[in-house]
Design a protein around this ligand. Sequence first.
Ligand SMILES: Nc1ncnc2c1ncn2[C@@H]1O[C@H](COP(=O)(O)OP(=O)(O)OP(=O)(O)O)[C@@H](O)[C@H]1O
Ligand SMILES: [Mg+2]
Length: 340
Amino acid sequence: MNGGQRSANKGEWAVEAEGLIKTFGNNRAVDGVNLNVRAGTIYGVLGPNGAGKTTTIRMLATLLRPDNGSARIFGHDVVKESQVVRQLIGVTGQYASVDESLSATENLIIFSRLLGLSRKEAKQKAVELLEEFGLTEAAKRPLKNFSGGMRRRLDLAASLIAQPPLIFLDEPTTGLDPRTRNQMWDTIRRLVKSGSTVLLTTQYLQEADELADRVAVIDRGRVVAEGTVDELKASIGSSSLQLRTKNLQDITNARHIVEKVLNVQSNVSSEGGKITAPMAEADRVTDLLIALREAGINLAELSVQKPTLDEVFLTITGHSVEEHASKEFTESKKVGEVSI
Ligand SMILES: Nc1ncnc2c1ncn2[C@@H]1O[C@H](COP(=O)(O)OP(=O)(O)OP(=O)(O)O)[C@@H](O)[C@H]1O
Ligand SMILES: [Mg+2]
């Protein structure tokens, strides 16, 4: 179980997946996913609700058999060598199977003992980890009284004991407050510094931006974009312009000007009041304002922001996250999903 000593050779592949397919009933949740993750890096799988992120991870983690395609973890096949693979990976959520009536400390000690630490080492480890995750205050409380955020932190703390070479984190920060989220990010970075490889899923572009060396954007079971976050952003523009005109009848004219000055394609929101467009350089907004004034167009609102996941989606897939999510939302959504 203790595969933590395996050093991550740069250049070695932690994950190689080809053509993974999984169908539930007549719903093809994963539709030919290819993923390659280098050892010693953080890889982000980005996508909206129902895109197939969790299903992909479950196949890579030997928890679900692919209908088709293949995957290898450090060169070992997830189906034919699932026992070997299980020793090389950690999946957040495994911890949830431990006793709910026991305290955080007791749970961590049990976990450490199972991994072969002595009683003294286990105790020490539990104290250290609880301190690091800001759970010292809650150390004696039974797990069933933990909030979702506390549980998530304890979950990651548990995966730090073994420190497997490859760690899957399924939406590690969804629903966490900003402080805890930052703490989680630090911990994930630390895991990688000390030799692990992390594959995480997220719905937040910012999270991928903060952490991931490379990302795959998944939509409807397919990888629709892959590369570094910078490459991804470059393809959609580094900033995003949002503009509303005072008079609705100016919108068409304003849109022409935006497209001409920025030399890009723009979008108008479905209710028709807002123009959004990618911007390579935020500086161009000056030229745009001048052009709009010369055309006699009064603005109600103008902002330049970093692109959101929604804009990434709109640009790459031609449809928004909401459009996609609303379809999925009728299906039961696991809130604060940690267990896979
Ligand atoms: N065990 C299952 N049985 C039937 N359908 C499933 C099962 N697991 C997932 N699905 C369906 O497969 C699709 C992909 O689900 P998945 O959980 O992989 O998405 P996700 O990207 O992780 O979404 P989220 O962001 O909501 O966690 C969805 O349509 C979902 O309803
Ligand atoms: Mg999921």
